[in-house]
Design a protein around this ligand. Structure first.
Ligand code: BEZ
Length: 212
């Protein structure tokens, strides 16, 4: 089964550094990111997991739970977490799935055989509070992810859920946003965007971020 934006994130049960996790139950009514790491005790993954731990408050502020996946066992993960905390100045307290049987990696198509037939690529699944996949990003093992970009995507998803706007190139929280082209009624526009808007082209209209 291929997973797309809009698919329900498949449920699973797997061991983790925090015990057995039933994914949907664990998510509850929160948003979540599920992100994979090729292997324990590897340098790029060590920096990524440390950064994610250090951004804990930023994830919590957005109502987001973090869940990492790596294809080694719990004991290995626990030893690795000590190294991560020691080298990255973190206190890693989100769970890491022990996906030694590749159950989750297979379910989420995180193993790309043309890249490597046993290790996962670096996938990130953004899952909303209705368990729907809202965005997917994929990097090769050699490229560490940018966790500010992950937060930026969450900000865009959560903003555009609540307002009839989209976020333009390189947008970050607080910047002007684009009014969706479908919105044309002048009264509706005035009501939704009391701070006004600029028409650059009829299809390109910018307005201050409505929730700021
Ligand atoms: C790393 O995390 O450093 C890594 C993992 C697998 C292949 C290459 C790099």
């Amino acid at each position: 089964m291929s997973l797309h934006i809009g698919s329900i994130a498949p449920d699973f049960e797997q061991d983790s550094t925090h015990g057995r996790i039933r994914f949907h139950e664990w998510l509850g009514s929160s948003w979540g990111i599920l992100f994979s790491h090729p292997k324990d005790f590897t340098p790029v993954c060590t920096t990524e997991l440390g950064r994610a731990a250090n951004l804990r408050q930023d994830f919590e502020k957005r109502g987001l739970k973090m869940l990492a996946v790596s294809v080694d066992d719990v004991e290995s993960h626990k030893r690795w977490v000590s190294d991560i905390d020691e080298t990255q100045g973190s206190r890693l307290d989100y769970p890491i799935l022990a996906d030694a049987d590749r159950k989750v990696a297979t379910l989420y198509d995180m193993i790309h055989p043309e890249a490597n037939d046993t290790l996962t690529v670096r996938s990130v699944f953004f899952i909303d509070n209705n368990k729907k996949i809202r965005a997917i990003i994929t990097y090769p093992a050699s490229t560490g992810r940018n966790f500010q970009e992950i937060l930026r995507v969450v900000d865009s998803l959560q903003l555009t859920d609540n307002y009839k706007v989209a976020t333009p190139v390189d947008w970050k929280d607080g910047d002007d946003v684009v009014i969706v082209p479908a919105l044309q009624d002048p009264a509706d526009l005035a009501n939704r965007f009391p701070k006004g808007y600029r028409v650059i082209k009829p299809y390109l209209r910018l307005t201050p971020q409505p929730n700021r």
